[in-house]
Design a protein around this ligand. Structure first.
Ligand SMILES: [Zn+2]
Length: 153
């Protein structure tokens, strides 16, 4: 029942935003991203996340969904053109790869949005099942740990 209601709400949001063709696909457990010190990366329409779905914080989903909206707003070609241009420019000027990948205008915007709760649209498009804020995520984790301790004793 809940799934049906959710599905129809998501369809309504798609109609309101005209976003029928925006379908990001989240792929978790991409542990190779650790090597690049990245929590996630958008290879549109795929969004690779370093951690498992259970261990992913809502702020990471918010960050990556911000990139999805940037692509929706500016177009996929513009998004990658500006991102790659920034990376090359930073590297040519002697910056590190981490600096190059985290200081573009798109990244700055995404880092700013991380502190906000996940919207209904974020949840629908990312098919997210977890908490909508990091605070809620931490509370749920604490409760789960307490439950495990109680069950073991
Ligand atoms: Zn980013």
């Amino acid at each position: 029942m809940c799934k049906i209601i959710c599905k129809s709400m998501c369809d309504k949001i798609d109609i309101i935003h005209g976003s029928k063709n925006i379908k990001p696909r989240f792929i978790y457990n991409c542990s190779f991203l650790k090597r690049f010190e990245l929590d996630g990366i958008v290879l549109y329409p795929y969004i690779l996340i370093q951690t498992s779905e259970k261990d992913t914080k809502p702020s990471i989903i918010k960050h990556e969904m911000t990139h999805v909206y940037q692509i929706e707003r500016d177009g996929v070609v513009c998004f990658y053109y500006k991102t790659l241009k920034h990376i090359f420019k930073t590297l040519i000027n002697g910056g590190s790869i981490i600096e190059a990948m985290t200081t573009s205008d798109y990244e700055i915007e995404a880092y700013k949005k991380e502190k906000y709760r996940l919207s209904y649209r974020d949840v629908c498009l990312s098919k997210w099942n977890g908490a909508v804020t990091n605070k809620m995520y931490n509370k749920l984790n604490k409760l789960n740990k307490l439950n495990k301790l109680n069950n073991n004793s």
